[in-house]
Ligand binder design. Structure first.
Ligand code: NDP
Ligand code: HSE
Length: 432
C-alpha cells in the first residue's frame, strides 16, 4: 500500500481527495497498487467539503503530514510561492515524493525544486500544473520525445477562456463572468493572475522547458492579459472571421524560442477557436508527428484532481518497481535554446484606431504603416461622423513587432487620432 498526504483542502485538494476515495478500487484495478489517502492538512478543517473522511485524517498542521513516516507522497495544493515552496522543499529533503498543481511555484522556483528532488532521489509530479485535466505534460515529455518541437501553443487558462466565451456568445459583462468563474473554482486565489495572463505565462514557461530542454522561467515570457479587451474588438474579430482567445505561444525558429502570452485573433475555422468555456486546448507541432491537438477541461476540482492522481499513480508505480528515474522536466539540453527578443517576433496584427472622419486621415495612417514595412490586408471604418472620431480597423500582413511598436508610437501622436491604438496579434495564414 502507498500512503498519500494532501496539504491544502481547497478546490483541487477536495477533487483529489474525492477521486482517491471514490475511485480507490478502480485505481487499484488499473495500477495493481492500493493507494491510501492517509492525511489531509488545511487551515480550516471544520468546513464541509462534501466528502466523508475517516477519523484522524484531517489536521491543521502541514508538518504532521510531511513528518508522518508512513506517508510516501506529499501532495501540495496550497498554492502561491511562499509557504508552498517551504513545504515542497521540506518534503523533498525528508525524502518524500511530491505532487503539485502549483505552476506559479514551478515557473519561479522550478530549478531549485527539481535540483532538490534529484539530490534526494525523489520525484516531483506536476501534470496538474498545466491545462488542468489534459495530460499535456506526459504528451510533451514522453509521447512526443522523438520530435523536435516546432511549436507548442494554446489556450491554457480556463478562467479567461470562460470569460471571453461568455463575452462573445452572451455579451456578458466581464466582472460578472469573473465572479462566476471564481464561484466555479476556476480562478486563482488572486484572479489578476488569470486576467493579466500571468497564470498562462507560468504554464508556458513549464511547457517550453519540457519542449526545448532549456530552463525557462516566468521572467522569460512576454505577457499581456485580457483586461483591455472590449466587446467592440470581439465584434470586429467576428466580422473579420476570427475569434478572440488568450493564447500562450512557444515557437522555435533557428534555435531561438519565442515565448509570449497575449490576446490573439484566431481564424474561426481553426479548431482552437472552437475551444470554449473552461476548456483548454494545446497544439503541439513536432517534426516527425506533424500537428497534434489536445483538448479538455483546463480547471476545476475533478479535472485537476484527475491529473494530480495520475502523478500519484505514476510515483506509486515507481516506488513499487524500485525505479529511481527522476521525474524532472527532462534532461537539460547541452545546447540550450536562447530566447527570441519580443522585438523580433513576426505576426499579423489587428489595429483599432479612434480616428477623425476627415479626408486624408486613412492615407496618413497607411503612409506611416508603409514606412515601417507594414502591409495592409483590409481596412474597416465603422460609421460616419464627419469631423468626429470613428473606429478605424486595420488588419495587416506579417510584420515585425519592432516595426509595429515604432509605427504605433508615431500614429498615436497624430492629432487626428484619439487615445492609443488597440493592437491585437493575429494567428493563422497570412492572406498574402
Ligand atoms: P484553494 O484556495 O481552493 O485551496 C488552497 C487551500 O490551501 C485552502 O483551503 C487554504 O486555506 C489552504 N491552505 C493555505 N495555507 C495552508 C497551510 N499552511 N496549510 C494547509 N492548508 C493551507 O486553491 P485551489 O485548490 O484552487 O488551488 C490549489 C493549487 O492548484 C494552486 O497552486 C493553483 O494554482 C493550482 N491549480 C488550481 C486549479 C483550479 O482549477 N482551481 C487547476 C490547476 C491548478 P485558506 O482558504 O483558509 O487559505
Ligand atoms: N486558474 C487556472 C485557470 C486554474 O483558470 O486555468 C487551472 O490552472
Amino acid at each position: 500500500m502507498i500512503n498519500v498526504g494532501i496539504i491544502g483542502f481547497g478546490t483541487v485538494g477536495t477533487g483529489t481527495a474525492k477521486i482517491l476515495i471514490n475511485n480507490r478500487a478502480v485505481i487499484r484495478e488499473r495500477t495493481g497498487i492500493d493507494i491510501n489517502l492517509k492525511k489531509i492538512a488545511d487551515l480550516d478543517i471544520k468546513k464541509d467539503r462534501g466528502i466523508k473522511l475517516k477519523k484522524g485524517v484531517l489536521t491543521t498542521d502541514a508538518h504532521a503530514v510531511i513528518d508522518d513516516p508512513e506517508i510516501d507522497v506529499i501532495v501540495e495544493l496550497v498554492g502561491g510561492t511562499t509557504i508552498a515552496r517551504d513545504l515542497v522543499l521540506m518534503a523533498l529533503r525528508a525524502g518524500k515524493h511530491v505532487v503539485t498543481a502549483n505552476k506559479a511555484l514551478l515557473a519561479t522556483y522550478g530549478s531549485e525544486i527539481f535540483r532538490t528532488a534529484a539530490k534526494h532521489k525523489v520525484r516531483v509530479g506536476f501534470e496538474a500544473a498545466v491545462a488542468g485535466g489534459i495530460p499535456i505534460i506526459k504528451v510533451v515529455r514522453e509521447g512526443l520525445v522523438a520530435n523536435r518541437i516546432k511549436a507548442v501553443y494554446g489556450i491554457v487558462n480556463g478562467t479567461t477562456n470562460y470569460i471571453l466565451t461568455k463575452m462573445t456568445e452572451e455579451k456578458a459583462e466581464f466582472a460578472e463572468v469573473l465572479k462566476e468563474a471564481q464561484k466555479l473554482g476556476y480562478a486563482e486565489a488572486d484572479p489578476t493572475y488569470d486576467i493579466d495572463g500571468i497564470d498562462s505565462a507560468h504554464k508556458l514557461a513549464i511547457l517550453a522547458t519540457l519542449a526545448y530542454g532549456s530552463s525557462f522561467s516566468i521572467k522569460d515570457v512576454y505577457v499581456e492579459g485580457i483586461s483591455k479587451i472590449s466587446p467592440m474588438d470581439i465584434d470586429f474579430a467576428r466580422e473579420l472571421g476570427y475569434k478572440l482567445k488568450l493564447l500562450a505561444i512557444a515557437k522555435e525558429t533557428d534555435g531561438k524560442v519565442e515565448l509570449r502570452v497575449h490576446p490573439t485573433m484566431v481564424p474561426e475555422d481553426y479548431m482552437i477557436s472552437k475551444v470554449d468555456g473552461v476548456y483548454n486546448a494545446v497544439y503541439v507541432e513536432g517534426d516527425a508527428v506533424g500537428s497534434t491537438l489536445y483538448y479538455g477541461r483546463g480547471a476545476g476540482d475533478m479535472p485537476t484532481g484527475s491529473a494530480v492522481v495520475s502523478d500519484i499513480a505514476d510515483i506509486a508505480r515507481g516506488i513499487v518497481s524500485g525505479s529511481t528515474e527522476p521525474f524532472a522536466p527532462g534532461a537539460v539540453s547541452p545546447k540550450p535554446k536562447s530566447l527570441m527578443k519580443m522585438d523580433d517576433v513576426i505576426s499579423m496584427y489587428f489595429f483599432r484606431f479612434s480616428a477623425l472622419d476627415r479626408p486624408g486621415v486613412l492615407s496618413t495612417i497607411s503612409g506611416i504603416l508603409g514606412k515601417y514595412n507594414i502591409s495592409i490586408i483590409s481596412v474597416i471604418q465603422k460609421g460616419s461622423h464627419r469631423g468626429k472620431a470613428v473606429p478605424l480597423v486595420v488588419l495587416t500582413h506579417l510584420a515585425r513587432e519592432k516595426d509595429v511598436t515604432s509605427a504605433l508610437r508615431e500614429i498615436n501622436r497624430l492629432p487626428v487620432v484619439e487615445g492609443k491604438a488597440v493592437c491585437i496579434r493575429v494567428e493563422g495564414r497570412d492572406g498574402a
